[in-house]
Design a protein around this ligand. Structure first.
Ligand code: PLP
Length: 451
C-alpha cells in the first residue's frame, strides 16, 4: 500500500496547496516539501519514500506506548460500534467516561477528585483559566483573577493558553490578554551566574513572591507552570525550586496549577511529573500521553478542595464542550492507561530504561565539543549546545546550529527536536535498551556532523 501511494499521489503539492503548518514559514516549507509520514511501529516511523526514522520525540510528546498498538485500536473500534458519540450535557453521561475516571483517579494522588475532559492541552488550559476564576468568584473574591505564568512556558496555541504561556513572539502575533503576568524561567545554565543550582532555584522561585507582592495577593488567582519546561527549551528546575514555589503559593492563597501535558503519564518515571519534583498542585492539565496520542483527548484535573467549592457552593458553571469525555477517546484512554500500568511501563522507565537513557547520554555527550550541558530524567532529555562548557558560554547563533542538527538528524534517520539552542528528545516510554542505543547513536552522528 505504501508503494501504491507513492505512485499515485503527489502529497507535497497538495499539502502546499491546502495547509498552513504549525510554527513554520509556510513558503520556506513549501520550497523544501514536508516529509510525508505514512506508518509506524513501536518507535519507528517510515515516510512515503520508504525511509525509516527512529522517532525520538514520541510524535509530539504523545505516543507513550509507541506506534502500532492493536489493543488501543481494538478499544476504539469496540466503542465506535457500541456508542460512537454521546455527551455530558443535559443530564446524561456514559460508561466509557465513568470507567476512565475511575481508572485515572486510581492512578492519581488521593487529593484529586474531579475532571473536566477536553480535546487537547490548549483546551485544558482554557478550561483552567475559567475554572480558576470561577473558583475565586464563588468564594467571594472575583478580583482574584490574575494568572501568573513563566517566560518561555508553553501552554498551547489558543488565545488564553497563548497568553498564559511565555512565548513573546506568540504574544506579538495576537496572543495576549489582560490579567496575565509572567516571571522568569528557572534556567540555571543561562541565568545562574555564580550561584549554585540550589541557590539559584530559590532565587528563581522568589520571583513569584515578588510578583505577587507587586500585583497584590488579593488580585492573584494562580501560578501556572510545567513541572519541567518543554517546548520553551526543556528546563529542569533545581530541586529547591518547586518546594519554594509551593510555599509561596500557600502563603498568599494562590492556586498552584501544573501543566502536565507533556510530563504526565510516565515521562519522568513517575505517573506525573509533579510527583518527581515533589510538590502538590491544585490542578493538573493533561493531554497527549492520556491516549498515547491515538485520538485527541485532554482534561483538567481538580483537587478535592477546589471541586468541593465548585460542586457544593458553585451552582451552574456556564461552561461545556461538545466532545468533553468523548466515548471513543475515553475507551482509548482506558486501554492506554491499563497498558501503561499492567505492562509495568512506567515502573520500567523509573527502574531501568530511564536511568539507562540518561547514563548513555552522559557517556556519549559528556565530553562532546558541541554540548555544554545534559539535563533530563526518565525518558526526556536535553542537550544544551554551547561554545564553552566551563564558562557556560552559548553560541550566538545557537538556534541555527540546533536547527541544522535536527535536519541532519532526519538524514541520519532519527527525529529529535531543536528548541532555543537545545536538542531535545522524549522517546516512547516502551523503548527498550536497543532502541535507546539506536536513538543515542543516531543522535551522536547528527551532533558530530553538526560540529
Ligand atoms: N501544554 C504543554 C506543556 C504543551 O507542551 C502543549 C503542547 O505541546 C500544550 C499544553 C498544548 O497542547 P495541544 O497542542 O494538545 O493543544
Amino acid at each position: 500500500p505504501i508503494q501504491a501511494q507513492r505512485e499515485t499521489r503527489d502529497y507535497q503539492a497538495s499539502d502546499a496547496a491546502h495547509h498552513i503548518h504549525a510554527f513554520l514559514d509556510q513558503k520556506a516549507l513549501n520550497a523544501e516539501g514536508p516529509r510525508v509520514i505514512v506508518g509506524g511501529e513501536r518507535l519507528h516511523l517510515w515516510d512515503n519514500d520508504g525511509k525509516r526514522y527512529l522517532d525520538g520525540m514520541s510524535g509530539l510528546w504523545c505516543t507513550n506506548l509507541g506506534y502500532g498498538r492493536k489493543d488501543l485500536t481494538a478499544a476504539a473500534t469496540r466503542q465506535l460500534e457500541q456508542l460512537p458519540y454521546y455527551n455530558m450535557f443535559f443530564h446524561t453521561t456514559h460508561p466509557a467516561v465513568i470507567e476512565l475516571s475511575e481508572l485515572l483517579f486510581s492512578l492519581l494522588p488521593g487529593h484529586y477528585s474531579h475532571a473536566v475532559y477536553t480535546n487537547s492541552g490548549s483546551e485544558a488550559n482554557e478550561v483552567l483559566i475559567r475554572t480558576v476564576r470561577r473558583y475565586w468568584q464563588i468564594l467571594g473574591k472575583p478580583e482574584k483573577r490574575v494568572m501568573i505564568g513563566r517566560w518561555n512556558g508553553y501552554h498551547g496555541s489558543t488565545l488564553g493558553a497563548t497568553a498564559l504561556g511565555g512565548m513573546k513572539f506568540m504574544h506579538e502575533m495576537g496572543g495576549m490578554l489582560p490579567d496575565i503576568a509572567h516571571i522568569d524561567e528557572p534556567y540555571w545554565f543561562a541565568q545562574g551566574g555564580d550561584l549554585t543550582p540550589e541557590e539559584f532555584g530559590l532565587r528563581a522561585a522568589r520571583q513569584l513572591e515578588e510578583k505577587i507582592l507587586e500585583l497584590g495577593a488579593d488580585k492573584v488567582a494562580a501560578f501556572v507552570a510545567e513541572p519541567f519546561q518543554g517546548a520553551g527549551g526543556m528546563i529542569f528546575p533545581p530541586e529547591s525550586y518547586w518546594p519554594e514555589i509551593q510555599r509561596i503559593c500557600r502563603k498568599y492563597d494562590v492556586l498552584l496549577c501544573a501543566d502536565e501535558v507533556i510530563g504526565g503519564f510516565g515521562r519522568t518515571g513517575e505517573w506525573f511529573a509533579h510527583q518527581h519534583f515533589g510538590f502538590e498542585p491544585d490542578t493538573l492539565s493533561i493531554a497527549k500521553g492520556l491516549t498515547s496520542g491515538y485520538i485527541p483527548m485532554g482534561g483538567l484535573i481538580l483537587s478535592k478542595r477546589m471541586a468541593e467549592v465548585l460542586v457544593e457552593q458553585g451552582g451552574v458553571f456556564a461552561h461545556g464542550l461538545t466532545y468533553s469525555g468523548h466515548p471513543v477517546a475515553a475507551a482509548v484512554a482506558i486501554a492506554n492507561l491499563k497498558a501503561l500500568r499492567d505492562e509495568g511501563v512506567v515502573a520500567q522507565v523509573k527502574a531501568d530504561t530511564g536511568p539507562y537513557l540518561q547514563q548513555c547520554l552522559r557517556e556519549v555527550f559528556g565530553n562532546h565539543p558541541l554540548v555544554g550541558d545534559i539535563q533530563g530524567v526518565g525518558m526526556v532529555a536535553a542537550l544544551q549546545l554551547a561554545e564553552d562548557k566551563v564558562s557556560r558560554k552559548r553560541f550566538a547563533n545557537e538556534n541555527d546550529i540546533a536547527w541544522r542538527c535536527r535536519t541532519i538528524g532526519f538524514e541520519e534517520g532519527v527525529i529529535i527536536r531543536s528548541t532555543l539552542g537545545r536538542m531535545i528528545m522524549a522517546p516512547a516510554l516502551v523503548a527498550n535498551r536497543s532502541e535507546i542505543d539506536e536513538l543515542v547513536a543516531k543522535t551522536k552522528k547528527a551532533v558530530d556532523r553538526t560540529a
